[in-house]
Unconditional design. Structure first.
Length: 329
């Protein structure tokens, strides 16, 4: 189906108003390839964007395929105002419950709206579909399949011929659902809120997975994973080169100064949690060295199928940034 020329096609997974905070006065910023350290000069309009990333394809013709992109545009107007208030007076996060609520909601949506989560959902859903097909085959669930499909299979397993893949509309709606989940928000609200202010030479950098999750206790649970409910999990969200929002039960609340070394440690969290790109107006030599040192270290998500006597279980895990990924080799 042809797309009308007036429909938005370049979809930003990081809002432009957010990226502007990490760009120069001319709107230009550096994009660093996380794996290679390659630097490219780009601009806010082109960075952190993919063609049709939010598009609902193969959906009811009465439904606007660009509804999600238009919804993001409306929500970002509110989020931009909240961010500007927090940057202008970070102390308000401790005294203004409404602003605190808006910024926690902003953090939650920024955690879930990125390609890293899109890929996680695609992988986890694909694993669940594979498990369902295997169970159906084992129990004769495909006995009445169409003759055309039988001929195509020619005695082979369904999974040898068809690789199930969720549609983009399902993935985007899932990202929106998690990004707006009240249950997940309730797990963020009780955490202490701190704003770290960089006072020295080094500034905070942004990543294509904007909000990093860190857990010093990773590996001490039965499932070897972390989530929003983990009591020792911390969420770090760079708001600008000078400010970072930090959430955690063990985090001292308030506005505190961050030394160059402390800024570096949080940038290392951002690097390891990021999927492909890092953004800043400029990268100092030590940050570039850290990017290369951490190039092969990755935190993120995984999904596996496990066979059991009563079926197949799909287990998805959030694998956070943790001390073992940050410590020097």
């Amino acid at each position: 189906m042809a797309v009308p020329a007036d429909q938005p096609r370049k979809h930003h997974y990081l809002p432009q108003f957010y990226l502007k905070g990490f760009a120069g006065a001319d709107g230009r910023l550096l994009q660093c390839e996380r794996r290679t350290g390659k630097l490219v000069t780009t601009n806010v309009g082109d960075a952190a964007a993919r063609k049709d990333f939010h598009r609902f394809e193969d959906i009811d013709s009465s439904f606007d395929p660009f509804a999600a992109e238009k919804m993001f545009a409306q929500v970002e107007g509110i989020q931009s105002q909240a961010l500007q208030k927090a940057l202008a007076n970070p102390d308000l996060l401790g005294t203004n419950p409404a602003l605190r609520a808006e910024m926690l909601g902003f953090l939650q949506m920024m955690f879930f709206r990125v390609p890293k989560v899109h890929e996680m959902l695609a992988n986890a859903t694909g694993k669940a579909l594979e498990a369902g097909i295997r169970v159906m085959e084992k129990n004769g669930g495909f006995g009445d399949m169409p003759e055309e499909l039988k001929r195509r299979l020619n005695g082979r397993s369904v999974l040898e011929v068809i690789r199930p893949k969720p549609k983009n509309w399902f993935l985007i709606l899932s990202m929106l659902r998690y990004g707006n989940s009240r249950e997940l928000y309730k797990l963020l609200w009780p955490r202490n809120v701190a704003v770290l202010v960089a006072k020295g030479f080094r500034g905070f950098i942004a990543g294509d997975a904007a909000v990093a999750i860190y857990d010093r206790s990773h590996g001490q649970t039965a499932w070897n994973a972390t989530g929003f409910a983990s009591p020792t999990a911390e969420f770090s969200f760079p708001l600008s080169p000078r400010m970072l929002l930090l959430l955690g039960h063990e985090v001292p609340p308030g506005v505190v100064s961050a030394s160059d070394d402390e800024v570096r440690q949080f940038n290392r969290r951002t690097i390891v949690w990021s999927e492909r790109f890092l953004f800043a107006e400029t990268f100092d030599a030590l940050t570039l060295r850290d990017i290369m040192e951490l190039a092969d270290r990755q935190a993120g998500f995984s999904a596996e199928n496990f066979d059991a006597s009563d079926g197949i279980y799909t287990v998805s895990r959030m694998n956070p940034v943790h001390p073992g990924l940050l410590d020097p080799p």
